[in-house]
Write a protein that binds this ligand. Structure first.
Ligand code: SF4
Ligand code: SF4
Length: 470
């Protein structure tokens, strides 16, 4: 039977009125700067993701951008591979694998995706850093916001929004650069000669980044993100969550120096509220697990630094499990996790096999509307159009053949050369002596293979139609 996570009672306070206002004004969150192990991990991971995002777009491969969604040509280049609309199934598979990967990670370690790698969080941390650099730490920012507008306040605000907009613009240009080659997009932008759609998407993503990371922030995680809503059903009592240990922390409160706090009836929590002040979603983790928690561990770092100052053991707030908190044994390997792991390995293997065995040539056969005709030599003739698509990133010569009937005569181009990504239409006539036709409808196979690389080949089924055989 699945175990339930305790829920908080969020019944609105009765204010003695018949109507209840369900709208709560958002209180601006002023986060405090902090240091610690998890902050360093997050910064390192965030830096790696930024390098990946901003750097990959500049890589070239075989004379074109290495990662490029060429929408007008309906091609997706990813380093040495080109994917076509016909490969859409592979993309669907990849998305399903990513979803299962996320399920696996969530069952195992809760919302670490949210806290460390989600673009919303990563950009929000960068924007919070810009805020701190331009307006100061928490108390200075609170003071600045309350102060009347003056030259210094204006300067700080302009600097903050300038950095925010700069980051947003760079992000948008880079993102659009994955669809319009960046080495062409950037000079076009600088010379104000960029296309309308590119300009629209750059403006759109600039505003989206600026608005999401600058203003909406935790509201995206709390109110808009679907993952935040369904991830709680994947948690169980063995999932790693950020949690406060009430057995150790309570009774919380300030303490007198040089007196054993335990003798004062106090626990390890000194009620400094540092864990609340660093929280990007503005919650108090001491109230228990809440759906707003994105598992970023900022509160762990903040509390550990307080514990170190107090000479108490670290870990009053930690990554732990509900079972461990209640003194029971945590089972990391459990059926649901193993199930997801097996599904993930199986799907990844199938995907890897499908990608590595993907044919680099596509062959489609269109039969002429005229079922058959008799040619001047008295043979029965069928006409076809072969569509040959070279999906490789190099020019290839292909040899075409048709099989399935003894005595079948092929007329048309046997050998064709197709440049990388080219689609060719080749008319082909097949004919046969009517005495050799076993039936009025006969299965045949067109085969195409590369003369340069025998591993590149493709078959396509078709039919040869003739008169009724008596
Ligand atoms: S409670 Fe802690 S882990 Fe959760 S969002 Fe706040 S700081 Fe991050
Ligand atoms: S940071 Fe630690 S000591 Fe301070 S209030 Fe939070 S849990 Fe208590």
């Amino acid at each position: 039977m699945s175990e339930q996570i305790p829920a908080r009672d969020v019944t609105p306070e009765d204010k003695g009125s018949d109507s209840v206002d369900l709208y709560v004004q958002r209180e601006k969150i002023y986060t405090r700067a902090f240091t610690g192990l998890y902050r360093n991990l997050r910064r390192t991971g965030g830096l790696a993701l930024f390098i990946l995002f901003f750097g990959t777009v500049w890589l070239n491969w075989d004379g074109h951008q290495a990662v490029w969604w060429d929408l007008p040509e309906r091609k997706f280049y990813i380093f040495g591979a080109t994917f076509w609309p016909q490969d859409f199934m592979l993309l669907s598979w990849l998305l399903i694998i990513c979803a299962f990967g996320l399920f696996f990670v969530t069952v195992f370690a809760g919302r670490i995706w949210c806290g460390y790698t989600c673009p919303q969080s990563v950009f929000t941390w960068v924007y919070m850093w810009a805020e701190k650099v331009t307006e100061g730490d928490r108390n200075q920012r609170m003071k600045l916001d309350k102060a009347p507008l003056n030259g210094q306040k204006l300067l700080r605000k302009v600097a903050k929004h300038g950095i925010w907009l700069g980051v947003a613009l760079l992000t948008a240009i880079t993102f659009v650069g994955y669809f319009t080659p960046i080495r062409q997009l950037l000079p076009d932008l600088l010379s104000l000669d960029v296309g309308g759609w590119a300009l629209f998407w750059i403006a759109f993503f600039t505003l989206a980044t600026y608005g999401n990371a600058g203003f909406l922030r935790e509201q995206v995680c709390v109110h808009m993100c679907p993952y935040a809503r369904f991830q709680s059903v994947m948690f169980d009592k063995d999932t790693l969550i950020v949690s406060y240990d009430p057995n150790r922390g309570e009774q919380r409160g300030p303490r007198k120096k040089n007196i054993d706090y335990k003798a004062q009836g106090l626990g390890d929590c000194i009620d400094c509220t540092m864990c609340v002040q660093v929280c990007p979603t503005g919650i108090d983790i001491r109230d228990g697990l809440q759906f707003e928690c994105i598992g970023c561990a900022a509160c762990i770092d903040a509390c550990d630094s307080i514990m170190a100052k107090m000479n108490y053991p670290k870990g009053l707030i930690s990554y732990t499990t509900e079972h461990r908190l209640s003194g029971e044994e945590t089972r990391l390997l459990r059926p649901r996790l193993i199930g997801y792991a097996i599904a993930l390995v199986a799907m990844t293997s199938v995907f890897g096999y499908a990608v590595s065995n993907r044919s680099l040539v596509e062959l489609d056969v269109l039969k002429d509307r005229v079922l058959y005709r008799e040619n001047n030599d008295g043979r029965i003739e069928n006409v076809y159009i072969l569509k040959v698509m070279n999906k490789a990133q190099r020019d290839l010569t292909f040899v075409i053949d048709a099989k399935g009937l003894d005595g079948l005569i092929y007329e048309g181009q046997r050998e064709v050369r197709a440049s990388a990504g080219e689609i060719l239409s080749i008319p082909v006539e097949l004919s046969i002596d009517p005495d050799k036709l076993p039936s009025s409808t006969n299965d045949i196979v067109f085969r195409i293979r590369s003369a340069d690389d025998p591993s590149i080949h493709q078959d396509a089924d078709s039919r040869f139609i003739g008169p009724s055989v008596r």
